[in-house]
Design a protein around this ligand. Structure first.
Ligand code: HEC
Length: 168
């Protein structure tokens, strides 16, 4: 009898534990679904931040930049007529040979040459997909600056000749 008194609460504990566990199950399922819905960063974004943002960082100021922000590259390469495939090919061509024909000669004049850095084509294709499909981070001043540099009648892009607008 004494054993029963000791055992009963123990049994109760085990039972409760079990029932708690079965209650946990639907919760786990919800979190799995939630995970699938919260978009993980695109792999191209991760590679781009690792391989390209050391120079093409959107956060660097105009005066301290060592290369154009990726958003500027996007706008010089991607217009309404270029397909994702064409852009991907152009980006692969450029990264494999940064001496090839330039779409941004002003950037070359201002920042000097981009060094050749071996990157697998598949990685560049992922970067291209991210740039093509998603909105990129850009500095606050970028929009006004870009519009100013491409005003109608100004002819070629003056992106890298204009100064960054003062923010104070
Ligand atoms: C070590 C610095 C550095 C890194 C890292 C770098 N770039 Fe550049 N990139 C530059 C510079 C400097 C320029 C401007 C010079 C030029 O156009 O010749 C440039 C220009 C470009 C251009 C414009 C080319 C044109 O048509 O004029 C593209 C596209 C580009 N980079 C893509 C990339 C991509 C994609 C990566 C990452 C895989 C990358 N860059 C990594 C320095 C860098």
């Amino acid at each position: 009898m004494r054993y029963l008194i000791v055992l009963l609460p123990l049994l109760g504990l085990i039972c409760c534990k079990d029932s708690q566990e079965s209650k946990m199950e639907p919760l786990d399922n919800i979190s799995v679904i939630e995970q699938a819905h919260t978009s993980k960063p695109h792999p191209g974004k991760i590679i781009m931040e690792q391989e390209c943002y050391s120079c093409h960082d959107p956060a660097a100021s105009m005066t301290n930049r060592i290369a154009p922000p990726m958003e500027a590259i996007k706008r010089h390469y991607i217009d309404s007529s270029i397909t994702k495939k064409e852009f991907t090919e152009a980006l692969i061509l450029w990264v494999n040979d940064p001496e090839t024909e330039k779409k941004m000669p002003g950037a070359h004049k201002n920042f000097g040459p981009m060094p050749y850095m071996p990157n697998p084509d598949e990685a560049i294709a992922l970067i291209a997909e991210y740039i093509y499909d998603y909105e990129l981070e850009r500095p606050d001043w970028f929009e006004a600056h870009f519009q100013e540099a491409h005003k109608k009648g100004m002819g070629v892009c003056k992106c890298f000749e204009l100064q960054e607008p003062k923010t104070d």
